[in-house]
Design a binder for this molecule. Sequence first.
Ligand code: NAD
Length: 481
Amino acid sequence: MTLNAQPAASLFIGGRPVEGEGGALPVLYPYTGEEIASLREASAGQVAEACRVAARAQPAWAALAPAERGRVLSRAAAIIRERNEELSRLETLDTGKPIQETLVADWESGAQALEFFGGLAASITGQMIPLGRDWAYTRREPLGVCAGIGAWNYPSQIACWKAAPALVMGNAMVFKPSEETPLGALKLAEILLEAGLPAGIFNVVQGRAEVGAALATDPNVDKVSLTGSVPTGRKVYAAAAEGMRHVTMELGGKSPLIVFDDANPEHAVSAAMLANFYSSGQICSNGTRVFLQEGIRDAFLDRLAERVRNVRMGDPLDPATTHGPIINPAQAGKIRAAIASGLEQGARLLCGGPGEGAFIPPTVFTDASDEMTITRDEIFGPVMTTLGFHDEEEVITRANATGFGLAAGVFTQDLTRAHRVIAQLQAGTCWINSYNLTPVEMPFGAVKQSGLGRENSAAAIEHYSQLKSVYVGMGGVDAPY
Ligand code: NAD
């Protein structure tokens, strides 16, 4: 078995692979630390060139009939599905996530986005506004060049979620994947070209923060869509504001998952495990503050401790593995520091702990309080903090006592309570008796510090287009002079 994942070149500009002229960017397989590809960052000149190429190509793409653009995306979705196995393997090498996950959750989710927006293309229309003799209409127009900047946890899904609505609206895109996971976006560029996308409409540059910052402030860029942490979001939003650029910010979270006494305990445990341990906990919308009502607390924790034993940690390419390594040693170190702080501040471990090497096992804290660092800060690893509560009003107040506002979940059999509680939670994406499912049909996004704008669904179209209003005079013009 070869672990060579070297692409044709590091960047993709103007419809062809181009070697980067910036610093070295080795790609390491998180499971073994082995170098699987050796890339180079884009130089400042190459970032500017990618944006110029995109700006030049964009008007002709925007002039096509929307259905023609949609067809390209639909074809790309079909190609991804044909190659899902090979692409998923690459995603596993890039991220270290178990192949069991990447086969169903990464490129497949990207294909769903391309398919959805491809199908939507022909039905995106404006409004006709009758005004008596005169009338007005609106046109939904592209923004121009959109910059996409990705995080490392779902690299190919993020690239597709940003590219699909942007391209269907007639924009061009320059995408910078995370420096940790640069490979999937290059495959997407090849696939889109093969599906009929004109050269220059989807470009990929590589690099670290500096390259991202250059992209976010390039004079040819009209919109910046970032998936990343809150601190990065603040910087990118501020940089984009200088040029009055549009933004979408998909940032971090510390989301509450509230389990009431009457919840189905088995399903609630399943959801809490998925909400904390899938992708080794490296998911922005994870329900990492699990609030347990007194009456269900003990049964929930007993069952959780039992079921954690079923987690299979190990080789990500083994189809039986359900828990992979952490993306890199630095991130594993941050997670371990968070676990240590939980113990220092008096929380107890139900299971798990710091682990060894690249692996951190599913870790559950009990006896935690709202003030502890493990309850307040995003850990971005497989660490669940459980907290007790007495009543509805109390748990809503405590769930909302955070600067984050990405997601929230409620488990209860009481129909009215479910909707009443959800209505009061400060979160952009919520689940009732479910968690972390993000179908493309449903808008996904955040409130408060966790971001703004929406991905997926028809709502995403608004964030990759602008409205032009046109007043049509049907008679003479009355003037007082
Ligand atoms: P990060 O913020 O470190 O980096 C994200 C991206 O921004 C990377 O491509 C990075 O190179 C780039 N970047 C960093 N500094 C920049 C700057 N000053 N200007 C421009 N670009 C810059 O995040 P990460 O560690 O890659 O990912 C983990 C974070 O992402 C977590 O906080 C997680 O919650 C969040 N996330 C959010 C979502 C969502 O949809 N809301 C999805 C996945 C991950």
